[in-house]
Design a protein around this ligand. Structure first.
Ligand SMILES: [Zn+2]
Length: 273
């Protein structure tokens, strides 16, 4: 009969109750790190016997597993801390309502993957338009502001798309060009927000400037897109990216997970579907 995890190995490190509660998980963790097979047992002796290890070795491995769990808990709390107080960069906005506007959505035209939220009019719960204000998601320091941005020429844009198609993915330098006029804000602890396709950048924004949450950093636009290259204002939207340790938020997550975590992180009430 399978043991209740709380009852497994009560004699092991008895003063550390979480260890007892989570021992089964601990052993799974060890397996995932290539050390052991999963093995549940009622006593340390049984566990050692099943694994073919000595008692001390088994005890050590369990404690290593426990330490790894502690590290994971600290990491989860670190994320809670460093992602606190974020808000959406358009006042009153929800997460976009369509999967295609979320991170992780394929972008066939450039053979790539979308890395942010596309905040288009009609999809974020509040109206937005070309030149609409874009605000800082949190206090931070501007680390990039393309004040002298020049739109690509038609043939340059076409070449960028063709190069992405040929490469089978979007090379980072091309992706950066396709993002157009951008502002990046560093919020510390590896958290950076990017505001992309802007039509303009607020006059007091420059690299090195400290901003407060809610400060206007720029204005909604379509820079870097084909419509902008053609000289129109079509398709204006804010592309907003949250990066954590230089990975985009949403990488490896399902759309449902992105919505769940996004609503929590950006302190927004879930949309009425
Ligand atoms: Zn986008």
């Amino acid at each position: 009969m399978r043991q209740d995890p709380e009852m497994v190995l009560p004699e092991l490190h008895a003063e550390v109750r979480p260890l007892q509660i989570r021992l089964a998980c601990t052993l799974v963790q060890i397996r995932e790190r290539g050390r052991l097979s999963f093995c549940a047992a009622a006593t340390i002796e049984e566990l050692a016997g099943r694994m073919g290890f000595g008692l001390e070795e088994t005890r050590t491995l369990c404690l290593v597993g426990y330490a790894l769990l502690v590290v994971e808990e600290i990491e989860a709390r670190y994320d809670e801390f460093r992602l606190a107080d974020l808000r959406m960069p358009i006042v009153g906005a929800t997460l976009p309502d369509l999967d295609t506007l979320l991170p992780g959505s394929p972008r066939a035209y450039r053979n790539g993957i979308h890395q942010g939220f596309d905040m288009n009019n009609g999809h974020i719960g509040v109206p937005t338009a070309y030149s609409g204000p874009v605000i800082a998601a949190k206090d931070g320091t501007v680390i990039r502001a393309l004040l002298d941005f020049q739109e690509m020429a038609l043939d340059e844009h076409a070449q960028a798309i063709a190069a992405s198609q040929a490469a089978g993915t979007t090379p980072p330098d091309i992706l950066d060009k396709l993002r157009g006029r951008q502002v990046w804000i560093d919020h510390g602890h590896g958290v950076v927000t990017r505001y992309v396709h802007l039509s303009g950048i607020a006059s007091d924004i420059a690299e090195g400037v400290q901003v407060r949450a809610g400060d206007i950093v720029g204005f909604v636009g379509n820079s870097g897109t084909e419509a902008a290259v053609q000289g129109t204002r079509g398709g204006a939207h804010l592309h907003f990216e949250l990066r954590i340790d230089d990975r985009y938020f949403g990488e490896g997550m399902s759309y449902d997970q992105i919505r769940e975590a996004g609503n929590r992180i950006f302190n927004i009430a879930p949309r009425q579907q």
